[in-house]
Design a protein around this ligand. Sequence first.
Ligand SMILES: Nc1ncnc2c1ncn2[C@@H]1O[C@H](COP(=O)(O)OP(=O)(O)OP(=O)(O)O)[C@@H](O)[C@H]1O
Ligand SMILES: [Mg+2]
Length: 263
Amino acid sequence: MNTMLRLHDVHKSFGGNTVLTGLSFQVRAGEIVGLLGPNGCGKSTVLNTITGYCPIDNGLIEIRGEPVNGMSSHEIAAKGVRRTFQLPSMPTRMSVEEVVMAASIQKHGLFSTFCRSGSTRRLERDTRSRAQHLLAELLLTKVAHLPAASISGGQKKLLGIACAMMEQPALLLLDEPMAGVHPNLRAELVSTLKRINEQGITLVIIEHDMHFISETCSRCVVLDKGKTVADCLPCELESHESVVEAYLGKKPSGQYQVAGVTA
Ligand SMILES: Nc1ncnc2c1ncn2[C@@H]1O[C@H](COP(=O)(O)OP(=O)(O)OP(=O)(O)O)[C@@H](O)[C@H]1O
Ligand SMILES: [Mg+2]
């Protein structure tokens, strides 16, 4: 299968804070890969580097075999890469539906998306219909006409996914999609993401919710101290020594312990 995303020996520091220290991993087209690791290990930074929000110091990032490090986030988005944010912030003066419609600006331009006259009417109708379809799929129809900034944190997460899906990306990068979303919606979100994947969209999902990861992902990449420490099946996570060590720390005796629990 073709490689959709490849990071090779990526280094990134913020001043004296070295975050990525030779990170390498690959994602094949059509996969759903979980990106895991303890708080602060650099997961969101990885998404920021892939999407051009954050330039890398050294290394290589490729999308479908083409190097993208050094490109602007706009240029990388034009290659079919979309992402959501861990802490999404939404505009106060646009409705939820308008925010989703605006996500197609990149392709059609602001004027085309909102102009209400002449030949752009059909485009607006199609854009609205796609936005409404996505809002329904992400259970946001009831809040479609509310100001986007007024909806709940969990709903903003779902709205971020709707926006990212507006232009049918090739690669979708999700930063903690379950965080703040009610656990009752987990099954809905899992099946929505699987449906998205069945449309041919490759997914990389950062998530701490292990149930969610095991239900959604076909493979997991685990980061610790700026590097990949495991690349395994979700069912192998619990018994993977480096993963346990990354999350729980290693005792000098060789046993692992957190909060009095020995593994
Ligand atoms: N723009 C930035 N400027 C300075 N430091 C940053 C910046 N972005 C990230 N960092 C630092 O990089 C490190 C990794 O942060 P990052 O947000 O990538 O971690 P994470 O794995 O996503 O953590 P979490 O699971 O808590 O979301 C942290 O020490 C953070 O302070
Ligand atoms: Mg993060």
